[in-house]
Design a protein around this ligand. Structure first.
Ligand code: NAP
Length: 246
Protein backbone atom coordinates (compact mmCIF):
# COMPACT_ATOMS: atom_id res chain seq x y z
CA UNK A 1 0.00 0.00 0.00
CA UNK A 2 1.17 3.54 -0.80
CA UNK A 3 2.63 5.24 2.28
CA UNK A 4 0.88 8.32 3.65
CA UNK A 5 2.77 11.61 3.60
CA UNK A 6 3.01 14.28 6.30
CA UNK A 7 4.42 17.79 5.74
CA UNK A 8 5.60 19.42 8.97
CA UNK A 9 6.75 23.03 9.05
CA UNK A 10 9.46 23.77 11.63
CA UNK A 11 10.13 20.04 11.90
CA UNK A 12 13.79 20.34 12.83
CA UNK A 13 13.45 20.97 16.56
CA UNK A 14 11.11 20.98 19.53
CA UNK A 15 7.46 20.08 19.00
CA UNK A 16 7.86 19.78 15.20
CA UNK A 17 10.66 17.23 15.56
CA UNK A 18 8.58 15.15 17.99
CA UNK A 19 5.69 15.29 15.53
CA UNK A 20 8.04 14.03 12.78
CA UNK A 21 9.18 11.17 15.04
CA UNK A 22 5.59 10.20 15.81
CA UNK A 23 4.66 10.06 12.12
CA UNK A 24 7.89 8.17 11.31
CA UNK A 25 6.98 5.57 13.94
CA UNK A 26 3.63 5.17 12.22
CA UNK A 27 5.17 4.68 8.76
CA UNK A 28 4.46 8.07 7.14
CA UNK A 29 6.89 9.49 4.58
CA UNK A 30 7.91 12.95 5.69
CA UNK A 31 8.47 16.42 4.31
CA UNK A 32 10.38 18.39 6.93
CA UNK A 33 10.59 22.15 6.61
CA UNK A 34 13.07 24.28 8.55
CA UNK A 35 14.76 27.66 8.05
CA UNK A 36 18.12 28.05 9.81
CA UNK A 37 21.55 26.84 8.71
CA UNK A 38 22.05 25.02 12.03
CA UNK A 39 19.93 22.04 11.04
CA UNK A 40 21.96 18.87 10.46
CA UNK A 41 19.62 17.20 7.96
CA UNK A 42 21.87 14.10 7.58
CA UNK A 43 21.74 13.42 11.32
CA UNK A 44 18.00 14.08 11.52
CA UNK A 45 17.33 11.92 8.47
CA UNK A 46 19.25 9.03 10.05
CA UNK A 47 17.38 9.44 13.35
CA UNK A 48 13.99 9.37 11.60
CA UNK A 49 14.87 6.42 9.36
CA UNK A 50 15.96 4.48 12.48
CA UNK A 51 12.47 5.02 13.86
CA UNK A 52 10.53 3.91 10.76
CA UNK A 53 11.04 2.46 7.28
CA UNK A 54 10.32 5.78 5.62
CA UNK A 55 11.64 8.42 3.21
CA UNK A 56 12.30 12.01 4.24
CA UNK A 57 12.46 15.15 2.10
CA UNK A 58 14.01 18.21 3.77
CA UNK A 59 13.08 21.65 2.47
CA UNK A 60 14.82 24.75 3.80
CA UNK A 61 12.20 27.46 3.35
CA UNK A 62 11.13 30.54 5.23
CA UNK A 63 7.36 30.10 5.56
CA UNK A 64 6.90 33.87 5.16
CA UNK A 65 7.78 33.61 1.46
CA UNK A 66 4.77 32.47 -0.59
CA UNK A 67 6.72 31.50 -3.73
CA UNK A 68 9.14 29.39 -1.66
CA UNK A 69 6.21 27.64 0.04
CA UNK A 70 4.68 26.93 -3.38
CA UNK A 71 8.01 25.47 -4.44
CA UNK A 72 8.23 23.34 -1.27
CA UNK A 73 4.78 21.86 -1.93
CA UNK A 74 5.71 21.16 -5.57
CA UNK A 75 8.87 19.35 -4.44
CA UNK A 76 6.80 17.27 -2.01
CA UNK A 77 4.30 16.30 -4.73
CA UNK A 78 7.09 15.51 -7.22
CA UNK A 79 8.73 13.17 -4.69
CA UNK A 80 5.74 11.53 -3.03
CA UNK A 81 2.74 12.26 -5.28
CA UNK A 82 0.47 13.26 -2.38
CA UNK A 83 0.23 15.12 0.94
CA UNK A 84 -2.13 13.53 3.46
CA UNK A 85 -1.26 15.59 6.52
CA UNK A 86 -0.14 19.18 6.98
CA UNK A 87 1.10 20.27 10.41
CA UNK A 88 1.65 24.04 10.50
CA UNK A 89 4.05 24.16 13.42
CA UNK A 90 6.75 26.77 12.53
CA UNK A 91 6.60 29.62 15.00
CA UNK A 92 8.64 32.26 16.82
CA UNK A 93 8.33 34.66 19.75
CA UNK A 94 9.58 38.23 20.08
CA UNK A 95 8.20 39.15 23.48
CA UNK A 96 7.91 42.57 25.07
CA UNK A 97 5.30 44.83 26.61
CA UNK A 98 3.28 46.72 23.99
CA UNK A 99 4.68 50.05 25.25
CA UNK A 100 8.13 48.90 24.14
CA UNK A 101 7.29 46.53 21.26
CA UNK A 102 8.88 47.55 17.97
CA UNK A 103 6.78 47.48 14.79
CA UNK A 104 9.22 45.04 13.20
CA UNK A 105 8.83 42.62 16.11
CA UNK A 106 5.05 42.72 15.73
CA UNK A 107 5.23 42.28 11.95
CA UNK A 108 7.76 39.42 12.00
CA UNK A 109 5.80 37.34 14.54
CA UNK A 110 2.56 37.80 12.57
CA UNK A 111 4.39 37.01 9.32
CA UNK A 112 5.95 33.75 10.52
CA UNK A 113 3.19 32.47 12.80
CA UNK A 114 0.05 33.54 10.89
CA UNK A 115 0.95 34.44 7.30
CA UNK A 116 3.16 31.33 7.25
CA UNK A 117 0.10 29.19 8.00
CA UNK A 118 -1.77 30.89 5.12
CA UNK A 119 1.16 30.48 2.71
CA UNK A 120 1.73 26.77 3.29
CA UNK A 121 -1.94 25.83 3.59
CA UNK A 122 -2.91 27.68 0.41
CA UNK A 123 -0.30 25.80 -1.61
CA UNK A 124 -1.21 22.38 -0.14
CA UNK A 125 -5.00 22.59 -0.17
CA UNK A 126 -5.48 22.13 -3.99
CA UNK A 127 -3.76 18.74 -3.76
CA UNK A 128 -5.87 17.68 -0.77
CA UNK A 129 -9.00 18.81 -2.67
CA UNK A 130 -8.00 16.58 -5.60
CA UNK A 131 -7.33 13.65 -3.25
CA UNK A 132 -10.69 14.30 -1.57
CA UNK A 133 -9.06 13.76 1.80
CA UNK A 134 -6.61 15.38 4.14
CA UNK A 135 -5.92 16.43 7.70
CA UNK A 136 -4.53 19.80 8.75
CA UNK A 137 -3.40 20.63 12.29
CA UNK A 138 -2.31 24.15 13.12
CA UNK A 139 -0.34 24.93 16.27
CA UNK A 140 -1.95 27.75 18.18
CA UNK A 141 -1.28 28.33 21.89
CA UNK A 142 -3.23 28.76 25.11
CA UNK A 143 -2.20 32.43 25.00
CA UNK A 144 -4.16 32.75 21.75
CA UNK A 145 -7.21 32.06 23.90
CA UNK A 146 -6.30 33.79 27.16
CA UNK A 147 -3.82 36.50 26.11
CA UNK A 148 -0.54 37.03 27.95
CA UNK A 149 1.23 40.18 29.13
CA UNK A 150 4.34 40.71 26.99
CA UNK A 151 2.97 38.75 24.05
CA UNK A 152 0.55 41.04 22.14
CA UNK A 153 2.20 40.00 18.88
CA UNK A 154 2.43 36.28 19.65
CA UNK A 155 -1.04 35.92 21.17
CA UNK A 156 -2.59 37.89 18.26
CA UNK A 157 -0.90 35.51 15.80
CA UNK A 158 -2.09 32.46 17.74
CA UNK A 159 -5.67 33.80 18.05
CA UNK A 160 -5.53 34.48 14.30
CA UNK A 161 -4.64 30.85 13.68
CA UNK A 162 -7.79 29.76 15.52
CA UNK A 163 -10.02 31.97 13.34
CA UNK A 164 -8.18 30.84 10.21
CA UNK A 165 -8.60 27.16 11.12
CA UNK A 166 -12.32 27.42 11.88
CA UNK A 167 -12.99 29.24 8.58
CA UNK A 168 -10.90 26.75 6.63
CA UNK A 169 -12.62 23.82 8.34
CA UNK A 170 -15.98 25.15 7.11
CA UNK A 171 -14.67 25.65 3.56
CA UNK A 172 -13.17 22.19 3.05
CA UNK A 173 -15.22 19.80 5.21
CA UNK A 174 -17.36 18.70 2.25
CA UNK A 175 -14.13 17.50 0.54
CA UNK A 176 -13.32 15.27 3.49
CA UNK A 177 -10.54 17.57 4.70
CA UNK A 178 -10.50 18.11 8.47
CA UNK A 179 -8.73 21.11 9.99
CA UNK A 180 -8.08 21.55 13.70
CA UNK A 181 -5.87 23.48 16.11
CA UNK A 182 -3.94 22.41 19.13
CA UNK A 183 -3.25 24.98 21.83
CA UNK A 184 -0.25 23.90 23.87
CA UNK A 185 0.42 25.45 27.26
CA UNK A 186 4.04 25.55 28.44
CA UNK A 187 6.06 22.85 26.69
CA UNK A 188 9.75 22.08 27.29
CA UNK A 189 11.55 23.19 24.08
CA UNK A 190 14.16 25.78 23.01
CA UNK A 191 11.30 28.32 23.00
CA UNK A 192 10.68 27.96 26.76
CA UNK A 193 14.30 27.17 27.75
CA UNK A 194 15.03 30.91 27.56
CA UNK A 195 12.75 31.56 30.55
CA UNK A 196 14.47 32.17 33.90
CA UNK A 197 14.25 29.34 36.49
CA UNK A 198 12.07 31.43 38.83
CA UNK A 199 9.66 32.15 35.97
CA UNK A 200 9.49 28.42 35.17
CA UNK A 201 8.80 27.61 38.85
CA UNK A 202 6.08 30.22 38.91
CA UNK A 203 4.54 28.75 35.74
CA UNK A 204 4.68 25.17 37.08
CA UNK A 205 2.88 26.27 40.24
CA UNK A 206 -0.02 27.56 38.11
CA UNK A 207 -0.41 24.37 36.09
CA UNK A 208 -2.83 21.88 37.71
CA UNK A 209 -0.53 18.93 36.84
CA UNK A 210 2.41 20.98 38.27
CA UNK A 211 4.85 20.59 35.40
CA UNK A 212 5.50 21.72 31.84
CA UNK A 213 4.41 19.40 29.05
CA UNK A 214 6.73 17.51 26.74
CA UNK A 215 6.94 17.82 22.97
CA UNK A 216 5.97 14.13 22.74
CA UNK A 217 2.74 14.81 24.63
CA UNK A 218 1.83 17.47 22.06
CA UNK A 219 2.86 15.18 19.18
CA UNK A 220 0.57 12.39 20.44
CA UNK A 221 -2.48 14.67 20.28
CA UNK A 222 -1.50 16.07 16.87
CA UNK A 223 -1.09 12.55 15.53
CA UNK A 224 -4.54 11.53 16.75
CA UNK A 225 -6.19 14.58 15.14
CA UNK A 226 -4.45 13.96 11.81
CA UNK A 227 -4.61 10.18 11.60
CA UNK A 228 -7.28 7.91 10.13
CA UNK A 229 -8.69 7.61 13.68
CA UNK A 230 -10.05 11.14 13.27
CA UNK A 231 -12.91 11.12 10.78
CA UNK A 232 -15.38 13.51 12.43
CA UNK A 233 -13.53 16.19 14.45
CA UNK A 234 -13.01 19.48 12.62
CA UNK A 235 -12.75 23.19 13.45
CA UNK A 236 -11.78 22.46 17.05
CA UNK A 237 -9.13 23.80 19.41
CA UNK A 238 -7.63 21.16 21.68
CA UNK A 239 -5.77 22.53 24.70
CA UNK A 240 -2.69 20.50 25.67
CA UNK A 241 -1.75 22.32 28.82
CA UNK A 242 -1.95 20.16 31.94
CA UNK A 243 -5.26 21.82 32.78
CA UNK A 244 -4.09 25.48 32.67
CA UNK A 245 -7.13 26.62 30.70
CA UNK A 246 -10.47 24.97 31.46
P1 NAP B 1 11.21 25.83 18.67
O1 NAP B 1 11.81 24.74 19.46
O2 NAP B 1 11.74 27.22 18.80
O3 NAP B 1 11.23 25.40 17.10
C1 NAP B 1 10.71 26.27 16.14
C2 NAP B 1 10.71 25.59 14.80
O4 NAP B 1 10.14 26.49 13.84
C3 NAP B 1 12.10 25.23 14.30
O5 NAP B 1 12.02 24.02 13.58
C4 NAP B 1 12.43 26.38 13.36
O6 NAP B 1 13.34 26.02 12.31
C5 NAP B 1 11.07 26.66 12.75
N1 NAP B 1 10.95 28.01 12.21
C6 NAP B 1 11.07 29.20 12.85
N2 NAP B 1 10.89 30.21 12.00
C7 NAP B 1 10.63 29.66 10.78
C8 NAP B 1 10.36 30.19 9.49
N3 NAP B 1 10.32 31.50 9.27
N4 NAP B 1 10.16 29.33 8.47
C9 NAP B 1 10.21 27.99 8.67
N5 NAP B 1 10.47 27.43 9.86
C10 NAP B 1 10.68 28.26 10.91
O7 NAP B 1 9.64 25.98 18.95
P2 NAP B 1 8.61 24.98 19.67
O8 NAP B 1 8.59 25.33 21.11
O9 NAP B 1 8.84 23.58 19.24
O10 NAP B 1 7.26 25.52 19.04
C11 NAP B 1 6.65 24.93 17.91
C12 NAP B 1 5.27 25.57 17.72
O11 NAP B 1 4.49 25.37 18.89
C13 NAP B 1 5.32 27.08 17.49
O12 NAP B 1 4.32 27.45 16.58
C14 NAP B 1 5.02 27.64 18.86
O13 NAP B 1 4.48 28.93 18.78
C15 NAP B 1 4.03 26.62 19.36
N6 NAP B 1 3.88 26.59 20.82
C16 NAP B 1 4.96 26.29 21.61
C17 NAP B 1 4.80 26.28 22.99
C18 NAP B 1 5.93 25.95 23.94
O14 NAP B 1 5.74 26.09 25.16
N7 NAP B 1 7.08 25.51 23.48
C19 NAP B 1 3.54 26.58 23.55
C20 NAP B 1 2.48 26.87 22.70
C21 NAP B 1 2.67 26.88 21.34
P3 NAP B 1 14.95 26.10 12.54
O15 NAP B 1 15.32 24.92 13.42
O16 NAP B 1 15.49 25.98 11.17
O17 NAP B 1 15.23 27.41 13.21
Amino acid sequence: MEKKVALITGGSRGIGKSVAEKFAKNGYNLVINYVSDNTDTNKLSEELKNIGDIEVLFVKTDVTNYEDCENMTKQAIEKFGRIDVLVNNAGITKDGLLMRMKQEDFDRVIDVNLKGVFNVTKTVIPYMMKQKEGHIVNISSVVGVTGNAGQCNYSASKAGIIGFTKSLAREVASRNILANCVAPGFIKTDMTDVLKDEVKENINAQIPVKRMGTAQEVANAIFFLSSEENTYITGQVLNIDGGMVM
